[in-house]
Design a binder for this molecule. Structure first.
Ligand code: UD1
Ligand code: MG
Length: 423
C-alpha cells in the first residue's frame, strides 16, 4: 500500500526552504488559525453519566467490595475525571501546534463539500496518551508500596503503552509502510513480555479436558508468544476498524466500559484477594483510558474537529491488550472485540495482498445527497452499508457502535450461560 505523503513531508524547492528559514516562527496565538469547534459536551457528559451512575452503584452498593480496594478504585476514578477535564482543555491548544507542523488530514467522507477542504488536525491521540500516562504513573503513589508485587508488571505495562504511543506518533509523522506498521506493536509489547513473571498456564475448558489429558496446561514461552500476538492483534484491529468520524474512539469507549463492568463483576463474585487484585489492576488502567477517550470523543464525534491518528488507535489497542493479558481475561477480551475480529477476517484478502488494497478502504460519499455507499473493499464499514443500505456518516457510526455494544452484551450472556460448564 502506498504511504501517505503528508504536506510537510513533500520536499520543498531550495528557494522555498530559504524563505521558510528566514520567516519568523509562528506563535501559538496567531490569529489566522480557524478556531476549533467546541467539544460536544452536551452529548458526551450525559452519555458518560449513563454509564458511570450504574457503575458506581455496582461498586458501592451492589457488590461487597473490600473497602481498601473500593478506595483505590475511587481515587483512580477521581484522577481519571481530572484527566477528562485536562484533555478537554488541552486538545484545542495541541490542535494549533499540530496544524503548524502540517500534521493534518482531510475528511474523506466529506469530499466535495466545504467541510472536505478543511485541514483537520491529526494525531491528537498524543494528548490522550500523555495525560493517560501521567495519571497512571501518579496513581502508583496512592496504591502501591515499594515491595508491592504488582509494581513490576504495572510499570512494564506502562512501558509497553508508552513505547506504543511513541511508535504510533512516529507512524503519524513518517507515514510508515503498511507491512512495517503491522509489526510495530510487537516491539512495543517487549517490555511487558520481558518483565512478565506471572503464570504461563491456561485452564483447559472442561469439555476439552478429556482430549488434552490435563486440567491446567503450562504453555511456557508459547504463552508469551500468545501475549505478543494478542497485543499485535488488538492494536491493528482498532486501527483498521476506522475511517468514519467517531469510530476509532467510540469503539474504545464501548469496549473500555464493558471491561470495567466485567472487572467489577469478577471482583464482586470472587472471595480470592489475588484474583480480585488482578481485576482491580485492570480497572486502574482502564478508568483513565475511558475518561480521556470520552474527552477525545467530544472533539472527534461527527463532524470531527480533530482526528485521532495512529497514535491513538495503537495506544488504545495496546492499553486494552495489556489489561486483558495481566487481568487474565484475554478470551473475554476477544469476545468484546468481536466486530474487530470480523473486520480483520473480512480484511485478510486485502491485508495479505491476495486482492488489491487501496490506501483508504472507505465508502463512497455523494456530496449531493450526503449519503455513503458501500464499496467492495473488505471492511465492516462497507459491509454494513451494503447490508443495511446507504446512510449518513453519523448514523453509520451509531450503528457500528450499537453492534459493538451488542457484541459486549453477547459476551456477558455467553459467560453467564457457560459458567460452570466451560471452565
Ligand atoms: C486504516 C485503514 C484504511 C482507512 C484508515 C482510516 C486498512 C488496511 N487501513 O489505515 O483503510 O481508510 O485507517 O483511518 O484497513 N479519516 C477520515 N475520517 C475519519 C478518520 C480518518 O477521513 O473519521 C482519514 C483522514 O484523511 C485521516 C486519515 O484517514 O488523515 C488517517 O488515516 P490513517 O490512520 O493514517 O490510515 P491507516 O491507519 O494507515
Ligand atoms: Mg489509522
Amino acid at each position: 500500500m502506498a504511504a501517505r505523503r503528508k504536506p510537510s513531508l513533500i520536499p520543498a524547492k531550495p528557494a522555498q526552504i530559504s524563505e521558510a528559514s528566514e520567516a519568523p516562527k509562528p506563535s501559538a496565538s496567531d490569529a489566522d488559525d480557524p478556531p476549533l469547534r467546541p467539544p460536544k459536551l452536551s452529548l458526551i457528559v450525559p452519555a458518560s453519566a449513563l454509564f458511570f451512575l450504574p457503575y458506581f452503584f455496582l461498586l458501592y452498593f451492589y457488590y461487597d467490595v473490600e473497602p481498601s480496594l473500593r478506595r483505590s478504585i475511587a481515587i483512580n476514578a477521581a484522577m481519571s475525571l481530572g484527566g477528562f477535564i485536562v484533555v478537554v482543555r488541552l486538545i484545542p491548544v495541541a490542535a494549533k501546534y499540530v496544524l503548524r507542523r502540517s500534521l493534518f488530514g482531510y475528511d474523506i467522507n466529506k469530499k466535495g463539500t466545504p467541510q472536505g477542504s478543511i485541514k483537520v488536525p491529526e494525531s491528537l491521540g498524543i494528548v490522550i496518551g500523555i495525560v493517560y500516562l501521567v495519571i497512571a504513573i501518579l496513581f502508583q503513589h496512592f496504591n502501591f508500596t515499594s515491595d508491592s508485587n504488582w509494581l513490576v508488571e504495572y510499570n512494564a505495562a506502562l512501558a509497553s503503552i508508552c513505547f506504543m504511543i511513541l511508535l504510533g506518533f512516529v507512524d503519524d509523522v513518517l507515514d510508515i509502510p503498511w507491512r512495517v506498521k503491522l509489526v510495530l506493536p510487537a516491539f512495543a509489547a517487549l517490555p511487558l513480555l520481558m518483565a512478565y513473571a506471572g503464570h504461563t498456564t491456561i485452564i483447559i475448558p472442561k469439555p476439552l479436558i478429556q482430549y488434552v489429558g490435563v486440567a491446567v496446561l503450562d504453555l511456557g514461552w508459547i504463552y508469551k508468544l500468545y501475549m505478543g500476538l494478542l497485543a499485535v492483534f488488538c492494536t491493528n484491529a482498532v486501527n483498521i476498524h476506522a475511517g468514519i468520524n467517531g469510530l476509532e474512539v467510540g469503539q474504545t469507549v464501548v469496549i473500555s466500559a464493558a471491561i470495567l463492568i466485567h472487572n467489577l463483576m469478577q471482583i464482586g463474585a470472587s472471595g480470592d484477594p489475588e484474583y480480585q487484585h488482578a481485576h482491580a489492576f485492570s480497572i486502574y488502567l482502564v478508568q483513565p483510558l475511558l475518561t480521556t477517550s470520552l474527552a477525545l470523543l467530544s472533539f472527534n464525534w461527527y463532524p470531527s474537529s480533530v482526528f485521532v491518528g495512529d497514535t491513538y488507535t495503537y495506544f488504545a489497542g495496546m492499553a486494552m491488550a495489556v489489561v486483558g493479558i495481566l487481568g487474565h481475561f484475554s478470551e473475554t477480551l476477544l469476545l468484546f472485540f468481536l466486530p474487530q475480529v470480523l473486520n480483520f477476517l473480512y480484511s485478510c484478502p486485502q491485508l495479505f495482498k491476495i486482492i488489491p488494497c487501496p490506501r483508504h478502504r472507505l465508502p463512497r460519499f455523494d456530496p449531493q445527497t450526503g449519503l455513503l455507499t458501500g464499496t467492495k473493499d473488505g471492511t465492516l464499514v462497507n459491509l454494513f452499508l451494503r447490508l443495511f443500505g446507504q446512510s449518513t456518516e453519523k448514523s453509520l457510526c451509531i450503528r457500528l457502535l450499537f453492534f459493538q455494544a451488542l457484541s459486549c452484551l453477547l459476551c456477558f450472556w455467553l459467560r453467564y450461560i457457560l459458567a460452570g460448564w466451560y471452565k
